[in-house]
Design a protein around this ligand. Sequence first.
Ligand code: SF4
Length: 473
Amino acid sequence: MRAMAQMTLSEHATDFIDDDRLNGLLRSRPDEARVRAIIEKSLAKQALNVEETAVLLNAEEPDLVEEIFEAARRLKRNVYGNRIVLFAPLYIGNECVNDCLYCAFKRSNPDAVRRTLAEQELRRQVEALENQGHKRLILVFGEHPRYDATFIADCVRTVYDVHAGHGQIRRVNINAAPLDHVGYKTVKEAGIGTYQVFQETYHHATYARVHPSNTRKGNYGYRLDALSRAMEAGIDDVGIGALFGLYDWRFEVLGLVAHATYLQKRHGVGPHTISFPRLQPAAGVQLDQRFFVNDHDFKRLIAVLRLAVPYTGLILTAREKPALRRAVMEFGVSQIDAGSRIEIGGYTEAGDAQCMEREQFQLGDIRSLDEVMRELLVDGYIPSFCTACYRLGRTGEHFMEFAIPGFIKRYCTPNALSTLMEYLTDYASPQTKAAGRRLIEAELDKMDNGTQKERLRDVLRKIESTDQRDLYF
Ligand code: SF4
């Protein structure tokens, strides 16, 4: 049996979450002028600290909430334009030594169908995803000795090695258990993009309640320090997240902002992405509904995060239903998954219905990638499979150097249109192709005449009429 990561901490590991202070910040009633001053700071693309974020969270008056929504819409347009980056999750194995109360993969769940993809099965899943048109994946693993750093690295290399027709996966992100420094180095060498570790809840007492102390995940401090170890080991892009519905959603937003601020201060760069999944039904799980987040508060959550961390990608997953996803996109979401199946082997075996015993939780949106693409196009978004920054080494601090001055916009839209043209040419249904062509023409019309536009027209022509692919700026 393979060994699990040594539970060593990073050099200056510290527990930067002060529950009483964060809860204290959520008890004050802000005045309108203060709320507006903080919105202005954010619209100037400056990150907010936890005190300022708490002021926005405490603003309950409908007019102020609407002002926060409008500011989030503006900031999203200013920093991300109308691009939405697409990816798909790929569950590799659901063996797990932990016993998280909210998870169908918990070790004490007798109904869970345990499985780990063998290499050939993994290749078939990736072929199926490439034949859908995907270019970016996140590989998901339980926490188990079988899924050590070497195994994860081997999976990453296998994924990059699969080429179905014009298909290829160009960026592989990871959502797995915390590793030690040696482990992170091993997966970095395999060429991963982002390494995600979610704290699930930043509230210490709740964390202890849902993660039994006799499990590896029961160690709050080891998990909170996970991404500092990753950054010390040379991983540039990290992803944080909280599972909304375990404790007060406003507290968790402050926890995420405190974590982002801590990484920025300590490592010179904040998280690449933040995820905010909401608790969903899961096989063998009795959900405690005390802290469930309703749709209105979920929109506020996204808008406030958008304003608090202008340059961090916000990931909205297919946990949510199609109508809700469509409604919240404008508040700051920058990445979504689509055409997702989370059963192990689901991309070749799952039919239209979900099989809960084989899933970690129930999905809200199982539409095909093509359906989601078409809806985005109709709503005026550019669906993007871009991986240029990652492959040109524009990651971590270097990405921020590039992104903050706003240059990134000059590259993001042309790169997004290039990947969109690949999708339209190789995978799209006739209706999606028609919607995509209209959008591309509209985007070209918006561009200033000049070399950049001519270079882009040339790239689009090459993709449409030759076998050339993977052309980016
Ligand atoms: S949430 Fe993750 S660590 Fe916890 S039981 Fe599920 S798979 Fe295991």
